[in-house]
Design a protein around this ligand. Structure first.
Ligand SMILES: O=C(O)CCC(=O)C(=O)O
Length: 246
């Protein structure tokens, strides 16, 4: 029996609430993926012209960081109308997953070159009261409805070799987690699939052991009341592209 769309939504919402991470197959079609790739490759050209003349690995800027040598994360230059069009179905999905929160969002991309190393296990949010170090959160942070969501949008096949993102399911509901003992969820993906996760979920990018680049676009959704330190504690490398309101 095929599941009705409302039922499918309900199952997905429950899974997201329980696990803090949700895989959605075939969310974007091949044309969308092609357009995103084209646009992101253009942004990359202007980014690379500037950073190729700089000392590497780059230090962390508000709009670009080099998490490991060869593993960039940038969120500047995503101004084309394409991103509004391509993001619309994902925006609707996020609204359904956390309906009590008003979100703003921005786009970014993570190209990780062949041979680039893994990132540390981390959460995308910081403890609201700024009282804790490392990955620990307070009961206060855990008690809130989902207020920060990251959506990973692979633009190439994600394989064991080029480095799937690793998650600890359920960690969005745990203030303290021993990540060395936790079970890891690392789904392999095709372009068109997306992974949606609560910003409190522990995760990390794994090493790219293939001989090709791994390219993932992402959308980050933040509650309108959330102060995103990412955009305030560092300088901008591309102030001309600064995202207003973050
Ligand atoms: O590159 C990846 O696989 C993980 C990305 C990541 O760590 C993040 O979005 O915070």
């Amino acid at each position: 029996m095929t599941m009705q769309p409302e039922m499918k939504d309900l199952v997905a919402m429950n899974e997201f609430k329980k696990e803090g991470v949700l895989l959605v197959k075939n969310e974007l079609n091949a044309i969308s993926i092609h357009l995103l790739l084209k646009e992101i490759n253009q942004i990359r050209q202007s980014v690379m012209i500037k950073i190729n003349q700089m000392e590497r690995p780059l230090r962390t800027y508000s709009d670009i960081a080099e998490r490991q040598p060869g593993r960039l994360d940038y969120r500047c230059g995503f101004t084309s109308a394409i991103f509004n069009e391509m993001g619309e179905s994902i925006i609707q999905l996020v609204r359904r997953l956390s309906p009590t929160i008003d979100f703003r969002h921005y786009w970014g991309a993570i190209p990780s070159l062949s041979g680039s190393g893994p990132t540390d296990m981390h959460r995308d949010v910081y403890p609201m009261l700024n009282t804790l170090e490392g990955n620990d959160l307070d009961e206060l942070d855990i008690s809130l409805p989902t207020y920060y969501i990251t959506v990973l949008i692979p633009l190439v096949e994600i394989t064991l070799e080029n480095g799937p993102t690793e998650f600890i399911k359920g960690s969005h509901r745990m203030p303290v987690v021993d990540s060395t003992k936790a079970e890891i969820y690392a789904p392999l993906l095709s372009p068109g699939d997306i992974i949606i996760f609560d910003g409190r979920t522990l995760h990390r990018g794994s090493a790219n052991r293939s001989n090709q680049e791994r390219l993932i676009a992402y959308m980050t959704f933040l509650a309108n009341w959330y102060h995103d330190q990412t955009f305030t504690i560092n300088d901008y490398l591309f102030p001309e592209f600064a995202i207003p309101g973050h």
